[in-house]
Design a protein around this ligand. Sequence first.
Ligand code: AMP
Length: 545
Amino acid sequence: MLGLMQDWPLLCHRIIDHAATYHPERRVISRSVEGPFHTTNYFELRRRALKVAQRLDRDGIKLGDRVATLAWNTWRHLEAWYGIMGIGAIYHTVNPRLFPEQIAWIVNHAEDRVMMTDLTFLPILEKLAGQLKPIERYVVLTDAAHMPATALKNAVPYEEWIAEADGDFAWKDFDERTAAGMCYTSGTTGNPKGVLYSHRSNVLHSLMAAQVDAMDVSSRDVVLPVVPMFHANCWGLALTSPMVGATLVMPGGKLDGASIFELLDTYRVSFTAAVPTVWLMLLAHLEANNAKLPYLKKVVIGGSACPRAMTKTFQDVYGVEVCHAWGMTEMSPLGTLGSLKPEYADLTGEERLDIQVKQGHAPFGVEMKIVDDSDNELPRDGKTFGRLKVRGFAVTRSYFKEDDDILDPQGFFDTGDVCTIDPHGYMQITDRAKDVIKSGGEWISSIDLENLAVGHPKVAEAAVIGISHPKWDERPLLVIVLKKDQTATKDEILGFMQGKVAKWWMPDDVVFVAEIPHTATGKIQKMALREQFKDYVLPTAAAAE
Ligand code: AMP
């Protein structure tokens, strides 16, 4: 027997309808790409999103068509998302930090018909235009006054383009499983893979993200998504914030410490989220200017492991609660978040940090398990490492245009991460499976060593890679970027780490570099580092031969 409740499809435009109806005056403030701050609200944002939808419809964009966005977080980008989704087309966020050839490959693979772009990216697009075959029109997210001359096909300033629509338009109706958004993973090997979110998965993911033990955002919050909309579905914030009626502060293209501080302070931001590299810049700015964060309550840090020292500084020096989170583009992206369960809630000091350094526990909608190489499930004892597999309503089951079944027989997706899960369900990433260091048949976590090294007051960033060793197979090499104007010796760093990890985990050598390479989403590029140090001979290796 079926239940007798209403069929109310989980469609993303219902989120902006809700925001415009119940939180119409709530502000959306942006640092515009043109420079000045811009303020609108959810009522206005929905009105203009309807114009985007009407205009796309008039241009012949249909259900299932892909519309690329190459843009910073601004009100226009947000309107574009809702307008695109509202006719059943698909927002395809393109990461401008990718190599131009990768951008061209992705746009062609996705067969994007329209490209919406910020002024910032016109030079890249003009260079690539000949290769971007499927694009029929470029919509430049600006007004006529700021529109430069460009040879891009059918280029039009966004403001003029939507002004041609009167907004007398209704969202289209379609199945909740219809694709809504698309984001390619920045895989380190092979071609990027397209993850295709549905309306249903996006709506359910937003409900999940808003929960108190997840992001914990409400209409009382002022949310600053520093994480770009082109990075892993904006960690859900472009949908969750209007869903709960939170004020939004959009950072535009300026993500340096001073610019982010200006937003946090001026607009009294209470909640923000981004990768650790962004917070390194902010913390350096705060320290150099003796600035404080009186309004900020919570910062979600993920995308790469959040170093213990960063959590400690935010909490002890600035009084801001850190929530460590883990996720993947393939998971919409939230997987785990580090809110404190009652078992841990009373911990203080280092014991509390021991839990916060873990990546957190799964909200409803994410199932996790760890397995060995033969796919046997491993115990959740907080000690046993295994490959992490996940299943849930917002987890991918297949990549765009790839027929391969990527799930195991029980429907789990292999994340490629290695981790432990403790008896209270807290997951801790050891490494990407391919980055873990295999020494004498045992595993050493590069993340743990990196975390420890950045706790040294002179260290800005650290990366650990495995270097081949005649006796142990691999041994860890610690690569360090020092803070500005600092000098340090290898012994100083190793001395600091001594006694804080098992003896056999200690790096065999330390090298100082000016810069560590990063991927387009701010992760340390271990492959590039391994390549850079492929001929490196560890002093211990020379001794063993
Ligand atoms: P992406 O799809 O670009 O967001 O990358 C997902 C990958 O980033 C995960 O599979 C992890 O390897 C890594 N990652 C994300 N969050 C964390 C975290 N908090 N700690 C360690 N690694 C993380």
